[in-house]
Design a protein around this ligand. Structure first.
Ligand code: DGY
Length: 313
């Protein structure tokens, strides 16, 4: 039995797998090498990151593969239909990163509302002349309306935080009772925060029309997937002063960040660190190990994405 990981992990995958399957070979590089560089010819299980594109070409290199454990809650990097047709299980890592991601989204909302990066840059530049009555005026969140796009686990965690801050919360979600339309959320909210998966319906969900419909004091926060935002339209809205600010943790073509984005005013930027806490990342890796061991033992893993796959012991 052979388990291959495309990356180092913050858990002892080899120890855990061999404790269950004594003769198993477990290949874990000391950093992320990418699925293209992994030898999958004999692999029964693959642990991968959202950076790895898992599609038919990977499946063709892995004739024995039974499970792909994607170390992320999102799985837009995976061709799920291709795995399902090949009878390969896909697992992801929900729940364990919910609070970490909501904390980051909240931090970004505060940073954008209170212009923290501008303040930090001013202090670090050595040119700060001291307190001024009108310096770096931001937006108070108390009493403002947060619009959540996607009221899943992370959206709900964001909602709890916003309500604790005295914000009113509205949301758009095809599955949530009481939801408004996406357009209504954009028109009414003071802050819109994205917590939806990337699908054909959510690609470029933040576009020029919706940005134009927002209040001039509005803020956009994205910790979901970069392609949910039309980045050119966002830069135009910010440089034209049509909205107050935005904060992005994710980008359409990571790790490439367009120069327009990097030099855009009123835009807080973070390097896709929504789940980057020691607690979350350790538990994400643990869920991958649990999924691999479950499938190789012939059981149904807890976080199975493609429920159609049949398990054989
Ligand atoms: C995910 O899990 O989908 C995040 O983007 C990375 O943790």
């Amino acid at each position: 039995m052979r388990v291959v990981s495309t990356s180092s992990l913050p858990i002892d995958l080899a120890g855990q797998v061999t404790a269950r399957f004594e003769s198993a070979a477990v290949v874990v590089p000391d950093h992320w090498i990418g699925v293209e560089r992994c030898d999958l010819a004999e692999a029964d299980a693959l642990v991968c990151l959202l950076l790895d594109r898992i599609d038919a070409s990977v499946i063709a290199r892995a004739p024995k593969l039974r499970v792909v454990a994607n170390c992320a809650v999102g799985y837009d990097n995976v061709d799920v239909d291709a795995l399902t047709s090949a009878g390969i299980a896909l697992t992801n890592t929900p729940d364990v990163l919910t609070e970490a991601t909501a904390e980051l989204a909240f931090a970004l909302m505060l940073a954008a509302a209170r212009r923290l990066p501008e303040g930090e840059a001013l202090v670090r530049s050595g040119t700060w002349q001291g307190w001024r009555l009108d310096q770096l005026l931001g937006i108070q969140l108390l009493g403002k309306t947060l619009g959540i796009i996607g009221l899943g686990r992370i959206g709900q965690a964001m909602r709890r935080r916003a309500e604790a801050f005295g914000m009113r919360v509205i949301f758009a979600d095809p599955h949530a009772p009481g939801a408004l339309s996406i357009d209504q959320v954009f028109a009414q909210a003071d802050v819109v925060s994205l917590h939806c998966p990337l699908t054909p319906e959510t690609r470029n969900l933040v576009n020029a029309e919706r940005l134009a419909a927002m209040k001039s004091t509005a803020i956009v926060v994205n910790t979901s997937r970069g392609a949910c935002v039309d980045e050119d339209a966002l830069v135009d809205a910010l440089t034209g002063g049509r909205i107050f600010a935005a904060a992005l943790d994710v980008f359409a073509r990571e790790p490439e960040i367009a120069v327009r984005l990097r030099s855009c005013p009123r835009l807080v930027l973070a390097p896709h660190i929504g789940s980057a806490t020691t607690e979350a990342r350790t538990q994400m890796a643990q869920l991958c190990a649990d999924g691999v061991i479950a499938v190789l033992s012939g059981s149904r893993p807890r976080n199975l994405v493609n429920a159609e796959v049949v398990f054989r012991g």
